[in-house]
Design a protein around this ligand. Structure first.
Ligand code: BG6
Length: 508
């Protein structure tokens, strides 16, 4: 029987078969924060896509939960409106939407006041005996109290699992506290910490690029690589998230999670397999090898910025403080020169930069290789050879470009002429016709099926905070304030100096 199932599973992509193979699927999904922005923009549209593609078991039911009291029909109308607003028109099928809504119930819970859990238990009925997946899309301060509330109401069975959005705490100590409170109700192998970057196809592709090809790995180290740049640039500003963003800033909002996960995948040692344990063991080792920031280095190794008014995408935009309505010390841009203290990366700087109101939306990894050790063409007229460079575009473009030297055609009577040319692999072109899925489709499916590979483990989050705390402490020690940059520029001029001091330049 197992052999037959295994043979049958081969017809499915590896992640589906792996999920089915390792864990029990949840039968009820309870979504806290179901009336919130993320649920409306991402979670319900993603669940609907999975439903429409036949990827959700018939038995799966969804219970949306929010603070407001409302009946099922009113909630259905909200979900229907969210689907119409956030999905392309050709995905909306009347019968499909009706069948999807059929799966959905609503239960009001005031997690702050600790009320509504008994009503949830009553609504769950005998579903309480079967695996439940609880998804928290709520303010992070609610993670601990909700986990405790579920436990008290008996909704934390051995096969129940919990997923949480970021951030887990606001520093190492508070993240430990949240992890402890959640861990008290759910075992770690049932806790799914979300970093939506891990759900992105292009981020997963970094694993394929590094470990499914022989070409790069032998060169992936300090012997061959001069430095690495990771840029996550956004054109958006505050987007009405004032109450969340101010006081948090780019370091905690983007570097602590998304950028460090990217860094870990790019720099970790090869895991033995793509199992959750193997991948996360390697990531955590890498995160722990990040050199802590010291107060004496912080001015040379980091830059904080805050945008002032300017123009983005041809339109005038107001500055951060004006959007906020008061002056603020929160950084909307950060650039960091990081080092990984291990054998592989000794002495290789990793330049990280992220910011809001940049000139374009672009997430990119650049690997700058070292020059060849000896230029054999020097005597026949070829000047300096450009060192190879690999640029991996994660979004919105999906491509990989490698810059290599090539001989310019000719008889070479005046000397050999070499020129840098680009090998360009467009992933959107190579996989044209494949629908690009929302990152949350993948994450929700893995959560339902119990595969933790693309979720962040407790020790990873804590290692991330440890490094971030060292930067914040160093900033505080030297009283570092954000420097102004014009909206629509690549950040303060000191961010350019940060890398140019080392003889390199940002790839803009
Ligand atoms: C979120 C941050 O985690 O990621 C936002 O809180 C940011 O500030 C967003 O805009 C970026 O995600 P994406 O998928 O648009 O790159």
């Amino acid at each position: 029987m197992r052999v037959a199932i295994a043979r049958w599973l081969r017809h499915f992509p590896w992640w589906i078969s792996k999920g089915i193979g390792v864990s029990v699927k949840v039968e009820t999904l309870v979504l806290f924060g179901a009336t919130g922005d993320l649920a409306q923009r991402m979670l319900f549209p993603s669940l609907y896509n999975l439903h429409l593609d036949g990827l959700l078991a018939d038995a799966l039911t969804i219970i949306g939960s929010g603070r407001s009291k409302m009946d099922r029909t009113t909630f259905h109308a909200q979900v229907r409106a969210a689907l119409t607003e956030h999905l392309p028109a050709d995905r909306i099928e009347d019968a499909g939407v009706a069948a999807f809504l059929d799966r959905i119930d609503y239960c009001a819970i005031d997690a702050g006041a600790g009320t509504g859990y008994d009503e949830l238990a009553a609504l769950l009925g005998d579903r309480m005996q079967r695996p439940i997946g609880v998804y928290l899309s709520t303010p992070p301060s609610m993670f601990g109290p909700i986990a405790q509330g579920l436990k008290a109401a008996g909704i934390a069975c051995a096969e129940c699992r919990i997923a949480m959005e970021k951030p887990i705490g606001h520093d190492l100590a508070s993240s430990r506290e949240v992890n402890q409170q959640v861990g008290d109700a759910f075992a770690e192998d049932h806790v799914f910490r979300i970093d939506h970057y891990l759900g992105k196809e292009t981020v997963q592709n970094l694993l394929a690029l590094r470990f499914a090809n022989m070409l790069f790995e032998p060169l992936w180290n300090a012997q061959a690589i001069d430095h690495v740049q990771i840029t996550v640039a956004e054109t958006v500003g505050l987007e009405g998230r004032v109450s969340y963003y101010d006081g948090v800033g780019a370091l905690k909002d983007m570097v602590q999670n998304h950028m460090l996960q990217l860094l870990a995948i790019i720099a970790m040692e090869p895991p033995a397999s793509v199992s959750a344990t193997a991948v996360r063991d390697e990531k955590v080792k890498l995160l722990r090898s990040l050199r802590k920031m010291r107060a004496e280095d912080v001015k040379a190794h980091s830059v904080k910025g805050q945008y002032s008014s300017g123009a983005v995408n041809g339109g005038a935009v107001t500055g951060y403080a004006d959007e906020l309505g008061q002056p603020s010390n929160t950084e909307t841009f950060v650039a960091i020169k990081a080092f990984i203290d291990n054998w592989r990366w000794k002495g290789v700087p990793f330049y990280l930069r992220t910011g809001k109101r940049m000139p374009e939306r672009k997430s990119e990894v650049l690997i700058q290789f070292k020059p060849v050790p000896h230029n054999i063409f020097a005597r026949v007229g070829a000047g300096k050879l450009d060192a190879n460079m690999m640029i991996i575009n994660l979004q919105p473009e999906e491509n990989i470009r490698v810059k290599v030297m090539a001989k310019q055609p000719g008889l070479d009577r005046d000397g050999v002429k070499l020129k840098e040319v680009t090998m360009d692999v467009s992933l959107s072109h190579s996989f044209a016709g494949e629908r690009r899925r929302i990152a949350y489709e993948r994450l929700l499916l893995d959560f339902i099926e119990g595969d933790q590979t693309l979720f962040v483990r407790r020790d990873e989050v804590e290692a991330q905070w440890q490094w971030i705390d060292s930067i914040r402490d160093a900033w505080a020690a030297v009283d570092m304030a954000p420097q102004t940059y014009t909206a629509g520029s690549w950040g303060p001029s000191s961010a350019i100096a940060l890398i140019e001091r080392d003889g390199a330049s940002w790839h803009d």
